[in-house]
Ligand binder design. Sequence first.
Ligand code: G
Ligand code: MN
Length: 269
Amino acid sequence: MTTTGPHDATPEPPSEDELARARARGEFRLLYQPEFDVRRGSFAGVEALLRWRHPTRGLLGPADFVDRLATSGLLVPVGYWALAEVTRQGARWHDRGYRFPVALNVAASQARELDFVDEVARALHASALAPAALTLEFATATLEGLADATRTRLLALGVRLGVDDVEPGVTDVAALADLGVAVAKLRRGAVDDPARGAALTDALAPLVARGVRVVAAGVENPATAQRLEAEVGVAGSLEGQGFLYGGPQPAAAIDRLLEDFAIFSGEPL
Ligand code: G
Ligand code: MN
């Protein structure tokens, strides 16, 4: 018996045909990961995360298929499906009085599409979701590279711009604030990183001062949440996302979460 059996091998990336079939059969779906107010311990919003319910391999994450989706030309149409889906689901929550923000990740290639802003406007209109309830999350480099006209039109629509991969002490957060970013997500692990020199308080001060919502990703245990609470100035909002609060889950599970414990207690939109 060898140690490198089929189960150890990285699975083959899916073929273009498989992905086209998956799309036609509606095998893509969104899961929603809760974001919590760290201090109040209350529900603050969700981030939509793309999954593929593969007929034989189970639920796959983007790492397993997103590259091939991109090279197959399907990343943009699947992204527009996700945009329609997240705004529809967000509007359902809002209609029931749960007026929290929903976030969607947007790939660089999608943000460069000529009709991107029109598609965002169309999804908002079709769903009747309040624009301020939609956060579009970009990688920092994507947002910095976004055409000014695109960024300005998105801001004019009233959606919130978010960045996904803020590295405290490294990322130029003041520049991000200048670009109109409303939500800054600290990359997973940033809070636990022992090599992190400056206190989070200093690194994040320019964001907090400008009312940017700070969300720490990858909060897995109470110690991390406590460190966050202690190190980020009391002035700003501070949110956490991670297994401490809940993993990515179907919308129905978020419904139960809302009903069972954590009534949204943020600012109404
Ligand atoms: O790197 P990024 O934040 O994009 O990764 C998102 C993925 O990380 C999600 O799809 C989810 O499965 C996973 N994830 C969510 N919360 C946590 C967490 O607290 N810890 C770890 N290790 N992974 C998480
Ligand atoms: Mn994200």
